[in-house]
Design a protein around this ligand. Structure first.
Ligand code: SAH
Length: 289
């Protein structure tokens, strides 16, 4: 089997395609064998699983996934690389490559057609420029993944895993924690990639299967509230919420906040998901929405 973590091999393949790496597509290929096996083992996949991979590149991670998973479907935007992979991996009968923008695909449809009743997971070394929208798509699109194990920028990984009250805690932390239990698996330095990116990376696993989504009567309203609360960092919660609900008197908002947090001047980053849900329920009651 070809060693796809070898820089010489990667260079040979790219030279064969007559091209270099496309920086704007976030093409930084993994060249570290240990990190590769760490990602696959953290994902917990086995032969019963269907795996969605975003951005396979020349197939370094794909090759490892194919050994462990029942079936792998990889989505690659770069037409030339997708074409290359289609040919190079043609001998695998449990592999499919789709040449598309991962943000635009219909995940539910792909899972239904390709995996049927198999349990599904996302395992990928993501293109970093679309990390957040991709993760939200995996969580929100109604596709039922058991887990999402991805390489992303370390700073973003820290925001997803942040504890309440810390500087990294924000709307994205709450959104991810609503749907899953996030856990950083390992940090990955730039020299593990070719070409080496400027930033440090991290592998994070979002465990969906062992997570209970908390009850909230109006999910859309909850996320509107969370977004408004983090709109301007230094703002108190009451100011954030009064721009969302201009018809509610500030005093009324203050009393809702005090009931939940014992402090009417609290800021959004000091509130847990459960407290946001309580505030949401109280507001929903007032508006009967
Ligand atoms: N998984 C490979 C490559 C990671 S680099 C490895 O670990 O070596 C990120 C990959 O995502 C590149 O191949 C890039 O072409 C692809 N990509 C970038 N934007 C994309 C998009 N919108 N949809 C799908 N793939 C994309």
């Amino acid at each position: 089997m070809v060693d796809l973590t070898s820089p010489t091999e990667i260079k040979r393949i790219m030279d064969g395609l007559g091209r270099g790496f496309n920086k704007s597509l976030g093409q930084n290929f993994l060249i570290d064998k240990n990190v590769l096996s760490e990602i696959v083992s953290a994902s917990g996949i086995d032969k019963s699983f269907g795996v969605i991979e975003i951005g396979p590149g020349i197939g370094t991670l794909t090759q490892e996934l194919l050994k462990k998973a029942g079936k792998v479907v990889s989505i690659e935007l770069d037409r030339q690389i997708a074409g290359y992979l289609q040919k190079a991996f043609a001998f695998y009968d449990n592999f499919k490559i789709i040449n598309a923008d991962a943000l635009k695909i219909d995940l539910k449809e792909i899972i239904k057609n390709e995996f049927g009743d198999m349990p599904c997971a996302v395992v990928a070394n993501l293109p970093y420029y679309i990390t957040t929208p991709l993760i939200m798509k995996f969580l929100e699109d109604g596709a039922q993944f058991e887990s999402i194990t991805v390489m992303i920028q370390k700073e973003v990984a820290k925001r997803l895993e942040a504890k309440c009250g810390t500087k990294d805690y924000g709307a994205i932390t709450l959104a991810v924690n609503y749907y899953s239990n996030p856990e950083i698996i390992t940090e990955v330095p730039p020299h593990c990639f070719m070409p080496a990116p400027k930033v440090t990376s991290a592998v994070i696993k979002l465990d969906v299967k062992n997570h209970t989504v908390p009850y909230v009567s109006n999910k859309e309203e909850l996320f509107k509230i969370i977004k408004a609360s983090f709109g301007q960092r230094r703002k108190t919660l009451v100011n954030g919420l009064s721009s969302l609900y201009p018809n509610l008197a500030k005093e009324q908002l203050k009393s809702i906040i005090y009931d939940v947090a014992n402090n009417e001047n609290i800021r959004g980053e000091q509130l847990s998901l459960e407290q946001f849900i309580q505030i949401c329920e109280n507001i929903v009651k007032i508006f009967a929405i």
